[in-house]
Design a protein. Structure first.
Length: 503
């Protein structure tokens, strides 16, 4: 590692009812990959937003290459040499890939945008990621993974000396993650300083040099990676012993085989987005969906919830043939869906916590059966307590909560509808270890109470931990189903690799 390039001293930032940062200090060297770790609400995002000019610190100083700076906007931070790629891809889906990379910096020739040069330069930049795509197509044409890579390429092309990556691997598969890590190592050798924010602990220990841990807006620890054991680091993050994780136990000891009621049966069910599949979901059962990015997990649950239309096959609910043409029809039959993208498909960010939590029940009850404010408050307070949602009040705008608490708000929304089939699509994506453990334990408790649950996670260990039946998908088709003692990492990875030819 090289010289000190960034020093943040005693940064404090307050929001109404929340002390987001309390005298937090942070240092970064050239040629260093520095992981910033902590639970949701620990202060990571706030610290980065202070650094990049989104927020102004209430007190404290920032030094860049020895000179004090105080960016007032992200554009000013970029001009200084600090670029950020945030967790949610923040690009323009209606513009081309090339336009997104060079927006605001388009090459000009004869007082006009030089489209040929811009497209050629975009192609050259993408080759660093071994991406050979048509840069003239709209960004929306491509998968979330490719959109994430485009966001990273754009940040790099600004010629930053400091690159901030906020959950960059959350939408990438293993191969794409390795390509990203290869580029990060190359940038490190070139002297670029990288702040790496992620909830994937293995990623941190594979790529980072240093770890800084924040908790509740305070600096807890900073160490070189080789002197910071994983278990100790996790304990520092959550501020308590690891029983929250160990209490979940091995999933094979949680459930017993029993003659439960068959709630959902799909027979050769298909849509335009997924090949015909069979599926059975029993009362009190957690059915996990495992597979790589793009394997068809979300597409499978979309057809169950009426988001995608059935092309062929049969869907039986409690033995009766159903054909959902909308989510409302699925809700009327006791289905609920916590979507993969909480910000785009789940939350109404400008509405309050209370309004977001009661939305599902209001829709289910219908326009003429609205809940009174007193009824809403009573219900919301109940679920705030059950799910341990951290919010100053029910009137707080939901966008001001941490990612983990936003996820709990969505979960509360659907639990209020008292569903018999609860579909959870990536319920722990982008949230901290402690909250992940809380949600995993809650899923198991709901199943024990008789709820039928479909559980999707990109983290295979998480699927294994909570499920007593796992449906394995690849290339948008079901390739296998494993149960109980056969549910283990080796079996499932072998199935994915071989396309279901062997266990």
């Amino acid at each position: 590692m090289g010289n000190l390039i960034l020093k943040m001293e005693k940064i404090t930032k307050k929001f109404p009812g929340v002390l987001a940062l309390s005298e937090v200090s942070f240092e970064l060297n050239t040629g260093e990959i520095h992981a910033l770790m902590g639970e949701n609400g620990a202060g990571k995002s706030t610290l980065i937003k202070v650094l990049t000019g989104v927020h102004q610190a209430d007190s404290g100083q920032i030094y860049y290459e020895g000179k004090q700076i105080k960016p007032s906007s992200t554009l000013e931070a970029q001009r200084i040499g600090i670029s950020t790629v945030y967790q949610e891809v923040n690009l323009c889906p209606n513009l081309s890939v090339a336009e997104n990379i060079f927006i605001g910096r388009e090459p000009i020739k004869n007082f006009k945008i030089d489209w040929q040069e811009m497209n050629d330069r975009a192609k050259e930049l993408l080759r660093k990621f071994d991406l050979d795509i048509d840069v003239t197509k709209n960004l929306s044409y491509y998968t979330v993974a490719i959109q994430q890579m485009v966001a990273i390429v754009r940040a790099l092309d600004i010629s930053a000396k400091i690159l901030i990556l906020d959950e960059p691997t959350s939408s990438l598969d293993k191969d794409e993650t390795e390509k990203l890590f290869g580029l990060m190592r190359k940038l490190k050798k070139e002297g670029i300083a990288i702040i790496f924010i992620t909830h994937f602990i293995d990623d941190v220990y594979e790529i980072a040099d240093t770890i800084t841990v924040l908790r509740n807006g305070k600096l807890i620890d900073k160490r070189p990676i080789d002197s910071f054991p994983k278990l100790e680091m996790v304990a520092k993050m959550i501020g308590k012993e690891l029983e929250t994780l160990s209490d979940i136990g091995d999933k094979t000891t949680v459930y017993e085989e029993k003659d439960d009621k068959l709630v959902v049966k799909a027979r050769q069910l298909s849509s335009r987005n997924i090949s015909p599949f069979d599926l059975e979901i029993y009362e009190g059962q957690v059915v996990g969906l495992a597979g790589l990015l793009g394997s068809g997990r979300t597409e499978l649950v979309n057809i169950l919830f009426g988001l995608d239309q059935i092309i062929e096959g049969e869907l039986l609910v409690d033995g009766e043939l159903k054909h959902f043409s909308s989510p409302k029809e699925a809700m009327d039959e006791g289905f609920s869906l916590c979507p993969e993208d909480r910000k785009t498909d789940g939350l109404l960010s400008d509405l309050s916590v209370r309004e977001n939590m009661t939305l599902g029940l209001q829709v289910k009850n219908g326009y003429f059966n609205s809940l009174s404010i007193e009824e809403q408050n009573e219900l919301c307070e109940k679920f705030v307590k059950i799910l341990n949602i951290a919010t100053p009040s029910l009137d707080q705008q939901v966008k001001n909560l941490s990612g983990g608490n936003q996820q709990k708000v969505i979960l509360a929304r659907w639990l209020m509808t008292n569903p018999k089939v609860l579909i959870l699509d990536e319920p722990t994506r982008g949230i901290d270890v402690g909250t992940k453990a809380d949600i995993q334990k809650f899923v198991i408790e709901l199943a024990e109470e008789g709820k039928s649950i479909v559980f999707i996670s990109s983290e295979l260990d998480e699927v294994i931990r909570v499920s007593n039946s796992v449906t394995v998908l690849r290339d948008r088709r079901k390739i296998a189903e494993v149960k109980n003692e056969d549910i283990n990492r080796n079996n499932i990875m072998n199935l994915i690799a071989t396309g279901g030819e062997s266990l």
